[in-house]
Structures are given as structure tokens and as C-alpha cells.
Design a binder for this molecule. Structure first.
Ligand code: GAL
Length: 415
């Protein structure tokens, strides 16, 4: 259900008038989907910081990678007049919620944000000229994780092109190693597919997935995208249906598979398992995407409490904490991401994170910094959902690329 439809339902049942916080101002209820090992450690940093400042943290964690279940829970909470203090919302959805008049303005906490955020991100945190969301960090989506021992055993090298990738996958297969660990949920299908779209160039990605340009969506290059995805699928194991992303990461961590396509929240899992970048595992941009960067920025929005339009002290404190340099560093060290705040020291980070930060700055300059479709940064829920359905259908059937491309072009018209 769209945010608009929810608000209509709210008005119809008269619940709007009754919205009241179930908790005192000093108690902060936080809805998020960070439940894997690395994710919980990262959100634990915020919990500790808020607790130290005297606030009581009420955790409202809804399991499910990429947050589909969390978004459903959030809508139910808002409809029943129990909006949480803060919720994990990102991308264009921030503005959708703000347009419903249920969020608070956090300008007071955001005095120095403009000069400390990349302009692309700064814009997303605002609605009608006011800050309504606080950004945590930047995840790069277009990563390939490789088990170093598996690569060495297979005698392969880190692939930078698709032919090189398939050569490595074949070598792993020949050495008795499952080449790719893959989960089985629509958002994971879409994550891999958008990686392959990006490998056709950042301009192609932008035209296809940001501008939704029909000519690009129906081009020969898009046909190749589906063909490449089909070929990659040939290297999955057969048990992926319903598998969570972190269980696929665990297969790479525990030497059960050679590689995984995943954003760098996967690095939080490696770190949580005490695995070291460079010696236990390698990170590489998805083949053909080294100059490009699909960004995924997590953020919290803050809901009006007890019918009050102004932010509570707890909400302002949380927003301020999230953007503080100390928190930005500690959170990303656990999460696998890089600080979204510019100028935070990268000294304590591993080589993968250092590369991510350097590549981010270069991509911003060169125009290769693009929003992730699979992670809610590029399109509305309705449009992204329609495209996701096409991709998942393709990846879970024997549909040919040509008819998938036609379905894609149609889905992109969904408003
Ligand atoms: C993404 C989110 C990340 C990570 C991932 C898996 O959408 O931005 O922070 O949690 O889902 O749950």
C-alpha cells in the first residue's frame, strides 16, 4: 500500500486526530531492519550513545534484508496511531512521508550538514527546504566479495571484466568450489541485476534506471544485461530459494562458496566473523563497474509524537548523534559502509572501505555516482516494485531475454 493510500485510510477512520506517542519524550522507539550480526552491532552503537545521553531505547527491529517487512510494519504502526520516534526510511520515500505531514523538521540538529554532505545526499535528506532525515553512511552496492583461499585454490585472479569473471567461476567449479553464493529474495535478484546494468556504463544505468528512458530500456545493451544475468545464474547453487543475504555471505565466510555479489553491508558480516580484508577475503567492484558507484544511504526520519509538530529533545539528540564524526566512524566500522559525512578520518578503516571512499569521491567528480534502484534510492516504491517483479520473474523462470526486456519497458511506466 502506498503512503498516500495509508493516509487516506487514516483520515477515513479518524485515527489522525488520535495519533499519540506511546512513550514519553525520554524514551525513543526506533524501527529498523538491522538484525544480522554486523547490522545489530552497528545499530548498537547508536543505542549505546543514546543511552549514555539519558534516553531509553526501545528497539523495534523487524527482520528482513532491505527492509520490505519493516516498511509494512511501519505503515501498520502509523495507521494505528503508534508512529515510532524514528524509523529507517531512505531515498524518495523520505519525501513521500514528509508530504503526508507526519514527520518533524530537524533543522535545529542540522546546522552544519550542508557543507558536510555530498550535494546529492544533502538533497535527499530534505523536504520543502527543511531537513527531515539524518543520514548514517554510504553503502556501495556494486561489490563482489571473494573468498581468498577459494580463489587461490582455483588459481584465478580478481576479475575485472565479465569474461574474466566467468573464467574464475569455471576454475572454481573445476576445483570443486561452489562459485557463487546467492540468496533468494526479490531485492537480492534486483541487486545483482542492477550491478549488471551498471556494467554497461554509468550513463547507461542513469538513462535506464534513473531517467527510465524507453529507448535505453529496450536497447540491445539491455538484452545483453538479461543474457549476462542468465549466464551468471548458471553458477548458483540450487538451494537459494528464500535464502537471506547474510546466510549467503556466511557461505563465503565459511568456505562453502567462492564469491557473492552484495553491497558492503556484507563486509559487516566478515568483520563480525573476525575475517580480514586482503587476507581472508577480497573485495572488488563488480566486473566492468570500477569507475562507477551505486550509492545506498541509510537514514532515519522522525515522526510527530503526541500530535506535536516540533521535534522532541530525543529526536534532535538522535539526529545530531547520527551525523557526529565519532558516531559516523564507529557505525561504519561495524556496518561495512563509509561515513556519509565528508572529512571523517578513514585511518581506522580497512582497504575495502578506503577504496570505497576514494572511489566515491572520484565517481562524484566524474559523474559515475548513481542511486541504487534495488535499495530504494532511485525511484518510487511503485516503479521500483514493478521493475523488481520483472527481474524476479525472469530469474525464477525460463523466460527469454527479449520478452523480459519488453516487460521491463512496460513496468518502467508504472507510477
Ligand atoms: C539495505 C540497507 C543496508 C543493509 C541491507 C541488508 O537496503 O541499506 O543497510 O541493511 O539492506 O539488510
Amino acid at each position: 500500500m502506498k503512503v498516500r493510500a495509508i493516509m487516506a485510510a487514516l483520515c477515513a477512520t479518524g485515527l489522525m486526530a488520535g495519533i499519540s506517542a506511546a512513550q514519553a519524550a525520554e524514551s525513543v522507539e526506533v524501527l529498523h531492519w538491522w538484525t544480522s550480526g554486523g547490522e545489530s552491532k552497528a545499530v548498537g552503537v547508536l543505542k549505546d550513545d543514546m543511552t549514555k545521553q539519558g534516553y531509553t531505547w526501545k528497539d523495534f527491529a523487524v527482520a528482513g534484508g532491505a527492509g520490505a517487512a519493516a516498511m509494512t510494519a511501519l505503515k501498520t504502526q502509523v495507521i494505528s496511531g503508534n508512529a515510532p520516534t524514528a524509523a529507517q526510511i531512505k531515498g524518495p520515500l523520505i519525501k513521500d512521508w514528509a508530504d503526508q505531514g507526519v514527520l518533524v523538521n530537524i533543522d535545529q540538529a542540522a546546522g552544519d550538514w550542508k557543507k558536510n554532505l555530498p550535494p546529492q545526499i544533502d538533497k535527499i535528506m530534505q523536504a520543502d527546504g527543511h531537513y527531515v532525515a539524518a543520514p548514517f553512511s554510504v553503502h556501495r552496492v556494486n561489490w563482489l566479495y571473494i573468498n581468498k583461499a577459494a580463489l587461490d585454490k582455483a588459481g584465478g585472479k580478481v576479475p575485472t571484466t565479465w569474461p574474466e569473471f566467468f573464467a574464475v567461476a569455471d576454475k572454481m567449479k573445476a576445483a570443486g568450489i561452489m562459485p557463487i553464493a546467492m540468496g533468494g529474495q526479490p531485492w537480492q535478484d534486483l541487486t545483482l541485476w542492477e550491478d549488471v546494468v551498471l556494467s554497461q556504463g554509468a550513463d547507461f544505468y542513469k538513462k535506464a534506471l534513473v531517467d527510465l528512458d524507453q529507448k535505453t530500456l529496450t536497447s540491445d545493451k539491455m538484452l545483453q544485461v538479461f543474457d549476462t544475468v542468465r549466464k551468471i545464474q548458471g553458477y548458483f547453487d540450487t538451494g537459494r530459494t528464500g535464502r537471506d543475504w547474510n546466510l549467503a555471505t556466511a557461505m563465503v565466510i565459511n568456505n562453502k562458496a567462492g564469491m557473492q555479489f552484495m553491497g558492503d553491508w556484507a563486509k559487516g558480516e566478515f568483520a563480525n566473523a573476525n575475517k580480514k580484508a586482503g587476507s581472508d577475503y577480497l573485495c572488488a567492484p563488480v566486473p566492468g563497474t570500477d569507475k562507477a558507484y551505486t550509492f545506498n544511504v541509510d537514514s532515519f526520519v522522525f515522526f510527530q509524537q503526541k500530535g506535536q509538530k516540533a521535534a522532541t529533545p530525543g529526536q534532535l539528540a538522535m539526529a545530531k548523534t547520527i551525523m557526529s564524526p565519532e558516531f559516523q566512524e564507529q557505525f561504519s566500522l561495524n556496518k561495512g559502509s563509509v561515513p556519509v559525512r565528508l572529512g571523517v578520518s578513514m585511518a581506522k578503516f580497512d582497504d575495502c572501505a578506503k577504496k570505497s571512499y576514494a572511489d566515491e569521491q572520484a565517481a562524484i567528480q566524474a559523474g559515475g555516482y548513481v542511486p541504487s534502484l534495488a535499495h530504494g534510492m532511485a525511484q518510487s516504491d511503485a516503479t521500483a516494485g514493478a521493475i523488481s517483479d520483472v527481474v524476479t520473474k525472469f530469474m525464477n523462470s525460463s523466460q527469454d531475454s527479449k520478452s523480459a526486456v519488453q516487460a521491463l519497458a512496460k513496468a518502467a511506466k508504472t507510477k
